[in-house]
Write a protein that binds this ligand. Structure first.
Ligand SMILES: [Zn+2]
Ligand SMILES: [Zn+2]
Length: 267
């Protein structure tokens, strides 16, 4: 399994032991990440490179038939490990005609508004497609040096997580795509939602129990994003540490802030 998925799985296991308040959700995430990592390896090892689709084609990604065939296995993982409401959704999806699953996956892949409407389907679709999105992104070889915008330079979705990495005496901030996991530099004192730059409008909160997680808020558009501070803990894995810090989401939401983009688990 690729090292990045392996690190996420191990970090989930570690935080599951450290944070009882998030143990259940991290345990579930670990199962999802294991499937995702295996799917990623499978895609990497698949032989026979297909030609890219002509532009304007909307028939979905080139590996679509293989993906579709693997989807029921993923739904089985959810049926066995997900919270009860999601188990029901997974069971219904597995019982549904293949064409329905194909349609939903295609919608989720293109990120169309239609998918936003079916909230309960959002998680199974996005979680299943995430390793493929990362695979396609890596394969594309796209570089985005100098890119300054708040939306993902690869798939144009909103950022789900911020990251601070050591740079000189301080930390430089980057953002991570909620879907394809691309990471790109972003100015530190700017709201990724409305571009507010006034530091007085951009309060940052931290909790003693979670020292490497910052809640970066904007009082202009009332949004927030959680940023993982790797200068405080170099062992943190942004995707996993963000999920583990659920209490900070509740805290921010009670104060009227809305998350820029829900995480993979739709929280
Ligand atoms: Zn992306
Ligand atoms: Zn804002």
């Amino acid at each position: 399994m690729s090292s990045s998925w392996q690190r996420r799985i191990e970090r989930a296991e570690e935080l599951e032991r450290q944070h009882p308040f998030a143990a259940q959700i991290l345990h579930f995430y670990g199962k999802v990440a294991r499937f995702q990592g295996e799917l990623y390896s499978r895609l990497e090892n698949a032989t026979g490179v297909r030609p890219p689709k002509p532009s304007g084609s909307d028939a979905g990604p080139p590996e679509f038939p293989e993906l579709l065939a693997r989807f029921p296995d993923f739904l089985r993982v959810l049926e066995q490990n997900a919270p009860s409401q999601l188990q029901v959704v997974a069971r219904e999806l597995r019982a549904a005609p293949k064409e329905i699953r194909a349609e939903l996956l295609n919608e989720a892949w293109s990120g169309s508004d239609a998918t936003q409407a079916v909230g309960t389907h959002q998680f199974p679709m996005c979680a299943f497609l995430q390793p493929y999105a990362e695979f396609v992104r890596v394969r594309s070889g796209i570089k985005w040096d100098g890119y300054m915008h708040a939306l993902c330079p690869f798939c144009s979705r909103k950022p789900g997580i911020g990251v601070l990495r050591q740079q000189g005496d301080g930390g430089s901030r980057s953002l991570i795509c909620s879907f394809c996991l691309a990471e790109w530099q972003f100015r530190r004192i700017v709201c990724p939602s409305c571009a507010e730059e006034n530091p007085a409008k951009l309060p940052v909160f931290t909790a003693e129990e979670l020292p490497c997680v910052r809640v970066e808020c904007c009082d202009t558009c009332k949004t927030y994003i959680k940023t993982i501070d790797l200068t405080k803990n170099g062992l943190a894995e942004p995707v996993v540490d963000e999920i583990a810090a659920i209490p900070l989401d509740l805290w921010a939401q009670e104060r009227g802030y809305t998350k820029v983009q829900p995480n993979l688990l739709q929280m």
